[in-house]
Design a protein around this ligand. Sequence first.
Ligand code: FE2
Length: 381
Amino acid sequence: MTSRPAGKGRSGGAPRPGGKARPAQPSAKPRSSQADAKPRATQSGVKQTAVKPSGAKPRTTQSGKQSGSKTRTSSAKASQTKPGRTAGFSVATRRPATKQARSRRTPRRWPRRLALTLVIAFALGAATLVRADWEVHNTFLNTTSHRTDELASELRVVQLTDFHNIPRPAQVRDIVELVRGADPDLIAITGDLINTNNRTLDPVRRLLDGLSGIDAPRYYVDGNHDHWSADHARLHELLERFDVTILTDENTQVSGDFGRLSLIGVDDYFSGNGDIDAAVAGLPDKGFRLVLTHSPEIFGELDRSHIDYAICGHTHGGQIRLPLIGAIYQPGGNWFPKVSKGAYVDGDATLFVDSGLGVTGPKLRLFNQSQVTLHRIGPDV
Ligand SMILES: [Fe+2]
């Protein structure tokens, strides 16, 4: 009786008694490796045949593997082919849900989702319209500042632009009180007080009457709608009656605690009426130059005319503005305008475009509320 040393396998190359030593088989692989689970029929020489139940396709287990298990066992038993069973253990199986079965189990949610989407869209649209209407009928005070050493102290200019004959007396009273509360040194009305077509001039009469009770000089330049209106001459009569100075391509000197400045009124460039050269004629070279005009079309003319600061309106800020985008459209067929609201600089000249009080076209303002603007101009603002 012979014995083999413990711990040595058959393939370890130990010499057999009376036999030659065989070299170790380099190709011997661990038997337990799943990766090497090739069909054993080729190893054992027995061809294995998967047995399929009559008329049944190979079923799929929960893990997604076929239950045929051709490579797992050396003998194919009939029980392997039964649904849900493999050699020695059972696997839960589930029939693929048919389309009809799925539709029975899943309630139809899309009609409810569609209805909910429509309700939310309607609510957002209604809220936007309410807000856009509110911004038209409620005016607030906007304040901006421009620094200059050419004035001795602060000059306070209150700008009213694009009033467009606002019909609500309560809103006109609010506008007058905003101007009074801003404590102006001068009041600048930069055009479009009325519309091209006006049923009455009572609104603008109420405004001028209210402003006449404020202790500050008032100046006016025409806008395009003032020019286009059949009421243009009647408007000028009203302005003169309420002691408003009309500046048409001309200038005047204004002085006060703030020092002295040249106040220049330039007629409306948008309607083809302005002449800045005529407006600045005869002015001293030095001193602060403040321009009142209606539309921003004058922008490129300001620096060459040595204008320090100009204020205008006309654009209504686009009326409808979107965050991060700004104005969508403004009068004159101008889509996504580059100059629509706020301060713009060209050389030593600054143009402030005010979005103003009223509206034309759709009576809507969004993210662009009706406003009066106070300009604080001086060395310490
Ligand atoms: Fe205008």
